[in-house]
Design a protein around this ligand. Structure first.
Ligand code: AHR
Length: 495
């Protein structure tokens, strides 16, 4: 048993959290849309063809915003293909994932689904094969009240009131050679600036996300951010970050230290934003939309052998294990620690494709990573507060002096509840943690945890409930934190 100390000082506020930090992502990819959220004729589907069991699991997650329709898919997408009468919609080849897209679901249907799950749309426009003109037409179609060509077209499609989509992405991963219409930072910066201008002239209330690097290993990383921002700075509100993590070498201590990789990446992108701010003598601050993050590696070998042009193939269907849930918990802690600048983030993705929720024809179930996301999204609303952790550290293959414990606290909006999220990445020893709270009198409520599972244990179609959290009473004073565990400590704040 190791000893550790945690001290929460209510005066060390990080930020009020933008709830969009708990966003997610649905792309036209694999079985995310078709067979994931939409499966007409399935006994579990409702009158609109949407899977009711999936809706229920998504509602529990309390997802505030969902990015759509891609991802790589958006870079070849004609949004007009997905609106209007279904029998007139074209079937197209999708060159992002080499599948056949039927367009049975487009923004009309997706908005209907979002209304059922209680989330907003984060809409991405195609800046790969298309440009500013189609982007501004889409804003007019979606958000302009009526009396113009595109707004009347929307109304003729049965949507009288505007969609009122607030958050928009200016393309996706435009630095990637895999991207349809990939661009240099200069090319993208110019096109994104012009698209942004036209989109905001059409609807000044929208917020825009410019593409950052596809990940921190891209050859243009850094130069991409500063060049793009030099063009778009005055027109956009966010720059995107994307990163996926994996454990292909079966080195769990290194895998669990990937929170440090994310931390370093965020600090660097914040520095790039603020460098351009200083160069431009600007008063505006560009924040971060970490709009793709997750574990992604289990399915890669399977996917490399897929046949082309299938409809809704089993692609990117990572089956997540317990250690993946631990890392996802740690990554959520990292995002919250940076919630002053990471205002939005999307767990990529939501259903069937690198997802917390899986389906087959009979049922839907929660993967291991569903639970830390559920906890953070439900108990992590309010103000993020620093937790000073005093514990032993270890060296991983990638990072030195990694603290075994990682933690952040959240004070609820009404200041009545305090939740402390704690990851213990010590794989062999439990921790006895002395908790101190400065400026707060706390009454312990409950200790939710995921602990005691084999690191490789999974929830799958045969054992959908093998890995899930348990709840026990939380006692005053020392908190016992098990080896390899995800912990949610819940307190009432006494007045
Ligand atoms: O989320 C899966 C894919 O990962 C997205 O389409 C792309 O943006 C990223 O490379």
């Amino acid at each position: 048993m190791q000893k550790a100390g945690m001290s929460i000082d209510v005066n060390k506020k990080i930020s009020k959290i933008d709830e969009r930090i708990y966003g997610s992502f649905i792309e036209h990819l694999g079985r995310a849309v078709y067979e994931g959220i939409y499966q007409p004729g399935n006994p579990n589907s409702d009158e609109d063809g949407f899977r009711k069991d999936v809706i229920e699991l998504v509602r529990k997650l309390n997802v505030p915003i969902v990015r759509y329709p891609g991802g790589n898919f958006v870079s070849g997408y004609n949004w007009e293909d997905g609106v209007g009468p279904k029998d007139k919609r074209p079937v197209r080849l999708d060159l992002a994932w080499f599948t056949t897209e039927t367009n049975e679901v487009g923004m009309q249907e997706f908005q209907k689904w979002l209304d059922k799950v209680g989330a907003d749309m984060m809409m991405a426009v195609n800046l790969g094969t298309r440009g500013p003109d189609n982007a501004r037409n889409l804003v007019e179609y979606a958000n302009y009240p009526g009396g113009t060509y595109w707004s009347e077209l929307r109304r003729s499609h049965g949507k009288e009131k505007p969609y009122g989509i607030k958050t928009w992405c200016l393309g996706n991963e435009m630095d990637g050679p895999w991207q349809m219409g990939g661009k240099t930072p200069e090319e993208y910066g110019r096109i994104a600036a012009e698209a942004a201008k036209l989109m905001k002239w059409t609807d000044p209330d929208i917020e825009l996300v410019a593409c950052g690097s596809s990940n921190s290993h891209m050859p243009t990383y850094g130069k991409w951010e500063t060049t793009v921002l030099s063009h778009v700075y005055d027109y956009v509100d966010f720059i995107s970050m994307h990163e996926y993590y994996g454990n292909p070498d079966d080195d769990t201590p290194t895998f669990l230290s990937e929170t440090e990789t994310m931390d370093k990446f965020i600090k660097a992108v914040v520095a790039f934003c603020d460098t351009v701010k200083a160069e431009k003598h600007s008063d505006r601050t560009i924040n971060i939309s970490f709009d793709e993050w997750n574990v992604w590696y289990h399915s890669k070998e399977h996917d490399s052998k897929l046949e082309k042009w299938g409809k809704a193939p089993h692609r990117l269907e990572d089956v997540y294990n317990f250690e993946d849930a631990l890392l996802v918990g740690g990554l959520l802690i990292t995002l919250l620690k940076h919630s002053d600048r990471v205002r939005m983030a999307c767990l990529a993705q939501l259903v069937n494709v690198i997802a917390p929720i899986m389906t087959d024809d009979e049922k839907a179930w929660a993967q291991t990573i569903y639970y830390p996301y559920l906890h953070a999204s439900n108990y992590g609303r309010g103000t993020a507060i620093c937790v000073d952790v005093d514990c032993a550290t270890y060296d991983s293959r990638k990072h030195r002096n990694v603290p075994y414990l990682d933690s952040v606290a959240v004070l609820s909006e009404n200041a009545e509840d305090l939740t402390v999220f704690v990851l213990n990445r010590n794989l062999t020893e439990d921790m006895d943690v002395v908790m101190k709270a400065e400026g707060l009198s706390l009454e312990p409520v409950e200790h939710i945890s995921m602990e005691g599972f084999d690191l490789k244990a999974v929830n799958d179609a045969q054992t959908p409930d093998a890995v899930k959290p348990t709840t026990k009473a939380l006692k005053d004073g020392n908190v016992h934190v098990s080896k390899a565990s995800w912990n949610v400590l819940r307190y009432k704040v006494c007045k």
